[in-house]
Design a protein around this ligand. Structure first.
Ligand code: NAD
Ligand code: GLY
Length: 358
């Protein structure tokens, strides 16, 4: 097992990464400072891992809430199911919530912990690759509103993150690929050596090799922790974690949430960001090909949907075709392994990217 720390003063916490961590309750029990626990999970993950976790916490008073699975349930109505359980079972301010699930469960549990009696402790046990490398780390919590994704939320850090790689063995291959998009993102924005390692090991990761996955999760979390410790509340540098996300968000919106997984849209979005970076002369054609090759080998899309027009992108990204400069901020690549945040964007080049990447 490897442990790394997210250093945020009195809000610092460890991330434990390794195989078969769930059965080893001695690893995570020290981070639970209460007698009461409420495990929050969903109806897909509960039959797989809830009983095992409950059995390991036999010395505590344990309640659980099983939410309906899916991004469409990430809203205030579902959040209320957590509050109702906590109130019905008389959980007080010293309780601990445990998120057992992917990013949807993690974001909602974290937000519930931030709000319940003005803040209680919580622990993340992420069960998808995406949640291990991204959503469980860094303290962004929240729910969707009908008018926008993740629009209601709080920055609220957990007491610990327990990334048990063995839980990924039940995760569908498509979800592994979606998580790999975020893993590749770290190589692109801040870690060229990791990008090279990914080129050499992508097939092992796709095959579920636990040693390779542990290393990829560790390296991803190290990269994310480094950014989050510099800029917890996204006043500046944290925005580089959004490489490909502005383009990807336009794709998700156009396609309807759920049709493209978030990681899939981010993959196509990162290709668009790389294409624009190449047109600006910052990365070479061969760098661009290395990026698309790695994404293709991860079974990820490298083009936006054919039917999406440049006009649609312009509209969904909320910019005026003639006034891109100064309005739109994008994360682009300065080189392979280094990103910049810029609003100095040439509208003509952007239109060329829209046309080339579908
Ligand atoms: P998800 O939580 O919907 O999980 C994907 C699917 O896998 C679900 O059907 C889930 O039930 C299932 N699943 C989870 N673990 C499993 C397992 N071990 N075996 C079998 N099936 C399993 O999706 P996700 O990709 O984990 O997370 C996406 C969410 O994360 C979005 O809501 C997004 O907004 C959020 N997010 C948050 C942050 C952040 O910083 N807080 C960052 C990135 C994404
Ligand atoms: N997923 C982007 C962030 O945590 O800032």
């Amino acid at each position: 097992m490897q442990t790394l720390s997210v250093s945020l003063g009195d809000r610092s916490y460890p991330i434990l990464i390794g195989s078969n961590l769930l059965p080893q309750s001695n690893l995570y029990v020290p981070h639970i400072h209460s007698r009461q626990i409420c495990i929050v999970t969903n109806n897909t993950v509960a039959p797989l891992y809830l009983e095992e976790l409950k059995n390991k916490l036999a010395d505590f008073y344990v309640d659980s809430v099983i939410l309906p699975d899916g991004e469409s349930h990430k809203n205030l109505e579902t959040l209320n199911l957590i509050f109702t359980e906590l109130l019905e079972k008389k959980h007080n301010r010293t309780t601990t919530l445990i998120a057992l699930g992917g990013g949807v469960v993690g974001d909602m549990t974290g937000f519930a912990a931030a709000c319940y009696q003005r803040g209680v402790n919580f622990i993340q046990i992420p069960t998808t690759l995406l949640s291990m490398v991204d959503s469980s780390v860094g303290g962004k919590t929240g729910v969707n509103h009908i008018m926008g994704k993740n629009m209601i939320g709080a920055f609220y850090q957990p007491q610990a993150v327990i990334a048990d790689i063995s839980l990924l063995k039940t995760l569908p291959a498509r979800e592994i690929s979606a998580g790999l998009a975020e893993v590749i993102k770290y190589g692109l924005i801040s870690d060229y050596q990791f990008f090279v390692w990914l080129e050499q090991n992508i097939e092992l990761l796709m095959a579920g090799d636990e040693a390779a996955l542990s290393y990829a999760v560790l390296r991803s979390c190290e990269n994310k922790a480094q950014v989050v410790t510099q800029d917890e509340r996204e006043g500046g540098i944290r925005a580089i974690l959004n490489l490909g996300h502005t383009f990807g968000h336009a794709i998700e919106t156009a396609q309807g949430y759920g049709n493209w997984l978030h990681g899939e849209a981010v993959a196509a979005g990162m290709v668009m960001a790389a294409d624009l970076s190449m047109r600006r002369g910052d990365i070479s054609h061969s760098d661009f090909n290395r990026i698309t090759n790695l994404l293709e080998r991860s079974n990820l899309p490298t083009k936006a949907p054919q039917e999406m027009t440049p006009e649609q992108f312009i509209e969904l990204m909320g910019v005026d075709k003639k006034v891109v400069d100064g309005r739109l901020r994008l994360v682009l690549l300065k080189s392979l392994g280094s990103a910049i945040i810029t609003s100095d964007i040439d509208a003509g080049l952007l239109l060329e990217t829209f046309a080339a990447c579908r």
